[in-house]
Design a protein around this ligand. Sequence first.
Ligand code: CMC
Length: 442
Amino acid sequence: MGNDAIRGDTAPEDSITIVNNASGAKVTFPVLQGSCGPKVIDIRRLYGATDMFTYDPGFTATGSCESSITFIDGEAGVLLHRGYPIEDLAKHSDFMEVCYLLLYGELPTPSEKDTFVHAITYHTMVHEQLHKFIDGFRRDAHPMAIMCGIVGALSAFYHDSTDISDPYQRMVASYRMIAKMPTIAAWAFKYSLGQPFIYPRNDLTYAENFIHMMFATPCEDYEISPTIARALDRILILHADHEQNASTSTVRLAGSSGANPFACIAAGIASLWGPAHGGANEAVLNMLNEIGSPNRIAEFVDKAKDPEDPFRLMGFGHRVYKNFDPRARLMRESCHEVLNELGVDNEPLLELAMELERIALEDEYFVERRLYPNVDFYSGIIFKAIGIPVSMFTVLFAVARTVGWVAQWNEMVEDPNQKIGRPRQLYTGYEQRPYVPLAERG
Ligand code: CMC
């Protein structure tokens, strides 16, 4: 809004009037109230009425869509999926039920659940030619690079579910992605090891199947630990959706042009990969390894506090939660359970993590800025305990978040107010200037 001071007054009839102090012009905008959460100023008329855009890098104060899937109250540390608290879902539900809830808006009846689980289970195999596609990657490729490539390529394998105007095709594509993501993820891992791909088994649960495809080999029977399967199922629930985060917004933005669902989810995977988002769980483990011992924690905390140093404590802070992330609390609980049950409670990295958590929670810098440990802080440690290699951490996040992405993508496609996403900018480059021929330059 340039350099003009703008002041806002909320009118009683739920509108807000802004006054341009330079020109005295007034414009009134409606204020919308969702079912929960803060009110929202509807600025769709802003440019037409004022010739001005808003400037909000990182969308810190901008709602980009209407959604009824997930609600977060970052101040109170509340996370609801379709109205159900994440704590209840993590303790009483399972991942398949949460998938159904996110996709359809209600918890399934027993027969709806059976039908859904059956449909997902019978979509877990991937096109046989995908073997060759994976073979094209270097052996040392990061599994997230393989995920981006393979998921984007699914549109070339499943043409019959790319017509986004057909609700049936949209649902088939959604089921395919939820079902095939663990297979693709496990195969990306097997490829890095040089081991044969393990096919899905229809007698196993979603989490068990993933563990089986990751760790079994054709040479011997592989027994799946119920502790690990339970922990993985909970991790999947805790990462299933999280409102309009960077990767979900990326999926929506890619999808807003009418792109096919496989391409949109590949875009979401690419966004998730970054260390400020899903890549943080991998970064946490790398950081803990770098710290190495509790007597070096202070040095790293000081680095994180130094405004001249770009280093940040990985696994701390969140754009939305300014209180303990409820998922982090549950993950912390699971982390201790897993380590106790697997008999690795003397894991030095966990001890280091707990000490780092304690110091950071007491440090004025972190307290003032309300930087609490986030979900990635603990998930990395659980993954390590259950034998998942660091490079696969973000891949697991992608497997879990796929249902959130497809639920949000479906909601967007069905939204009558949906438009192609096209943000504006505050341009700071040259004004128009004449072209200078090459011979006259220098
Ligand atoms: N370590 C040290 N200082 C931090 C950290 C951190 N992890 N996070 C934020 N700060 C400081 C930041 O420097 C700033 O200080 P000042 O006000 O003096 O300039 C202040 O806290 C506010 O930070 P911000 O960058 O304005 O906050 P943001 O909302 O833009 O960033 C974040 C959120 C998650 C990107 C950031 O906290 C971060 O980089 N954390 C580490 C990476 C991480 O754990 N990411 C996982 C996020 S949770 C998983 C998910 O949902 O994807």
